[in-house]
Design a protein around this ligand. Sequence first.
Ligand code: ATP
Ligand code: MG
Length: 431
Amino acid sequence: MYISKSFIPILKNNPSEAKIKSHQLMLRVGMIKQSAAGIYSWLPLGFKIMKKIEKIVREEQNKIGVQEILMPTIQSSEIWKESGRYEDYGEEMLRIKDRQGKEMLYGPTNEELITEIFRTSVKSYKSLPKLLYHIQWKFRDEVRPRFGVMRGREFLMKDNYSFDLNEKEAKKSYDKMFKAYIKTFIRMGLTPISLRAETGPIGGNLSHEFQILAKTGESKLYYDKKLEQLNPENIDPNELQSFYAAVDNQHNDNNCPIPKEDLKISKGIEVGHIFYFGTKYSEKLNAFIQDQNGKNIPVHMGSYGIGVSRLVGAIIEAYHDDKGIQWPISVAPFKIAIINLMPDDQDCATKAMDYYKYLMDNKIDVILDDRFCSIGKKLSDNELIGIPYQIIIGKRDLKNGFVELKNRQTNKIEKIETDKLIDILNKKLQN
Ligand code: ATP
Ligand code: MG
């Protein structure tokens, strides 16, 4: 893609309405545009990043054999009345009437709807376990929508639901999902910390929250340092669940169960939450199955959420400096930016096009900054956008047979001979 032809409406200054870094930067680089409080349009750059995050989430779900479906955003109120949550949900639920006067709602979550789907077709223990997920927009009329996409009213969530015969089987589904969550966040370049959580209004008896570390995060976390040193290929959920981790209002230095030298304190952002809630919804919604003895029993359920749109902001909170965003390579909108400082110089333009063509032909995500603007603006805009590798082509260097390669994570710049650049880049991308 050429920057000159794309829609990336960069703002000159930090928007005053944005209080936290990720919100400022997302508006600044033109990733999103607010349409109403807590409701956003996703512009090309922001949309591309969200799609990359979604793809990682989807791949890790598919890998463990969970099946993808798509439930609607608009739901009928009837199933919510059956579960008793139509009243309980209160003002966070956006309620709508259709032309027949039927009460509808914009789904804030999908426990009821998935249970209704399950109960009409699954009747026997032989069909269990069943694990289904979808990635769909949710609406919650939050009292204080804030921090951009981090606490929106409309937001994209991946939510799964598991159906099992009994508690023991349900714990297996829970652990499978637990493991997939850790892998998902590590693939995004993040450090996930799993914490035992309150179950809250969803109910039930087992729940974990997944926070990712970010200097500017909202919650203060206290945890065993082992949680920072996970190998994604070798995760034992039971072991992980036994490590100490707490948010600040649960932690007390005087009765902390681990030695001080093992305790780490960092800031975090919640990006996922999982629950095992037993038969709470299946009993109310009449989702019964026949067990091995022919007896009808309520199915055991769990639900598992990841904030896909929140992750876009959370990753920026984890990866930025005072000049802009520093995208981890796995979610970066482009892996490489070619910055032609002198677009009206024939040699610079030809070199930039050579690299661009090569990278495009090899299906490496690349953006070419071919704009006619000052060198200063070009470099600072690219720092702001934060593409991981930046090839900087200037007239004088090029005459001597060199271009610059900048790593946006470290901000280190190397001078590289023009014909060695591609090899070096390929090696860096392979790591
Ligand atoms: P919170 O305590 O932050 O309100 P929650 O307990 O209501 O979260 P869940 O219902 O478990 O959240 O939703 C699963 C995930 O969806 C959360 O971990 C978070 O990443 C995301 N999420 C929840 N509410 C919002 C929101 N208003 N805007 C963006 N993402 C959200
Ligand atoms: Mg909430």
